[in-house]
Design a protein around this ligand. Structure first.
Ligand SMILES: Cc1ncc(COP(=O)(O)O)c(C=O)c1O
Length: 453
């Protein structure tokens, strides 16, 4: 069943309650309005349920894996149960290891530090910098942007067929683009990787908050995601997958918790026996609230039901895409074309407008929070914009004259907590700004476009 038929077949549920849903912000033109948080792809608001779970646990907070006291025992149980809950959420294999990290960036850097010697890495240039950059010390091949999902598989197949077949290899791919929201053909890419003796890591930072993800079904070797994009903004992320490379590698951080036994040598040095469980890469005091909050979010999303969440999100995507399509000055950025399945992440440029100026006006005049810039995906933006992108143009004047290419873009993104009114306000604001112009004047301050007050 395609994503759009899911939407048609399922009743649209109410948004899940999130923190900040009633927060009002001042408008530069006077008055206040409820804040429309439309930057979920950067950081999603906390689910109310996550916040409530964390608040209920907070008085019982204690050290993890360390203390003998009751609250330490309880916190240790909570931390280890959180690991099990997230493993279930990701449908991990029984012998996979799940490591709590700080974020997706941290998870991918951990895996990069655990690559076997002489590992070849294959990564599309379209990746977020978190997936693009950690492999610099390996033999990395950057693959050109594909223009269809099929071309992505073909490009990877060709690159792998040409690789040195003896050594280890890793493919790193995103599940859903943080720029276009488009879904990547992960299962097919995993099959291609495995057919050529390579392994694959899935960057699920933008996928896991929107879709159910099964490590076993997709047949990926590792998966990484961030709590703060999954409605659990307490500083934790996840890397889960095959234990062998992780356990053969030196600990990501050296320190307590990762070490089983430390002894002085005759020559005055120190010998260390490292753990061979997930603890090997979790040195230091674990972030129990971060881990617990991710587990809480996993439970909340599962209980709400991804079928209904996906249907609701597709309904919002439809509203935004239809609304933007009615404004001829707006160009939505896409690699795979209009029919590609996608999550609620949409980037666009507006003819004759500086993106930073446009985003500032959405905020100051309509109380809408979006993101502008290059979204930590510079090579992808270069491909999509067809020009050398820049993080900032001079605000107030369009960075490109009408009809010329834009130098950066605007991104609107949403999810399980987004009410219809937020996307309706956004579409109305885009239409009004394009037809009537901004009501206020703006200037550049500390590299950001802000209202001149
Ligand atoms: C696809 C993708 N991968 C990785 C990251 C990095 O996530 P974090 O900043 O939580 O490490 C992001 C963040 O926007 C992302 O969108």
């Amino acid at each position: 069943m395609s994503v759009s038929t899911v939407a048609a077949a399922t009743t649209i549920c109410a948004p899940l309650p999130v923190l900040g849903r009633d927060v009002t912000v001042p408008l530069v033109t006077g008055g206040e309005v409820t804040y429309a948080a439309l930057d979920y792809a950067a950081s999603a608001p906390a689910l109310q349920r996550v916040w409530d779970d964390v608040a209920a646990y907070a008085p019982y907070y204690g050290s993890v894996h360390r203390g003998a006291g009751y609250l330490s025992q309880l916190s240790t149980d909570l931390f280890e149960n959180a690991r099990k809950t997230v493993e279930e959420f990701l449908d991990c294999r029984p012998d996979d290891q799940l490591i709590f990290t700080r974020s997706t960036t941290d998870s991918l850097n951990l895996l990069a530090a655990a690559l076997p010697a002489d590992c070849q890495v294959f990564v599309f240039e379209t990746e977020h910098h978190a997936s693009l950059l950690p492999w610099q010390d390996a033999r990395v091949t950057y693959l050109n942007a594909p223009r269809t999902p099929g071309q992505a598989v073909e490009t990877l197949e060709q690159a792998l067929a040409a690789r040195d077949p003896q050594g280890p290899a890793l493919v790193c791919v995103t599940g859903a683009s943080n720029v276009t929201g488009e879904l990547w053909p992960v299962r097919q890419l995993a099959a291609a990787a495995h057919a050529h003796g390579a392994r694959i890591v899935l960057d699920a930072a933008q996928l896991a908050p929107h879709h159910p993800v099964s490590v076993q079904d997709l047949d990926v070797d590792w998966i990484a995601f961030s709590g703060h994009k999954l409605y659990a903004p307490f500083g934790s992320g996840v890397l889960a997958g095959r234990a062998d490379w992780l356990q053969a590698a030196d600990p990501y951080l050296a320190g307590g918790g990762a070490s089983r036994k430390v002894s002085r040598r005759e020559d005055g040095g120190v010998d260390v026996e490292w753990h061979d469980s997930a603890a090997r890469h979790e040195a230091g005091s674990p972030n129990v609230i971060g881990a617990y909050s991710i587990a809480s979010a996993c439970k909340a999303l599962t209980e709400a039901g991804f079928d209904t969440l996906v249907a609701r999100e597709q309904h919002l995507i439809e509203k935004v895409r239809t609304g933007l399509a009615e404004v001829p000055e707006v160009k939505v950025l896409s690699l795979f074309g209009d029919d590609a399945p996608r999550v609620g992440v949409i980037s666009f440029v507006v003819d004759g407008w500086n993106s930073s100026h446009f985003a500032a006006a959405l905020s100051a005049e309509y109380g809408i929070g979006v993101r502008d810039g290059l979204f930590c995906a510079h090579p992808l933006l270069r491909t999509l914009l067809g020009t050398d992108p820049q993080t900032q143009g001079e605000c107030g004047a369009p960075e490109a004259a009408p009809g010329e290419k834009s130098l950066n873009a605007i991104r609107v993104s949403f999810g399980a907590g987004t009410p219809d009114e937020h996307v309706e306000r956004f579409v109305g604001a885009v239409r009004e700004l394009v037809t009537k112009g901004a009501k206020w004047t703006y200037h550049t301050e500390n590299g950001r476009c802000v209202p001149a007050v």
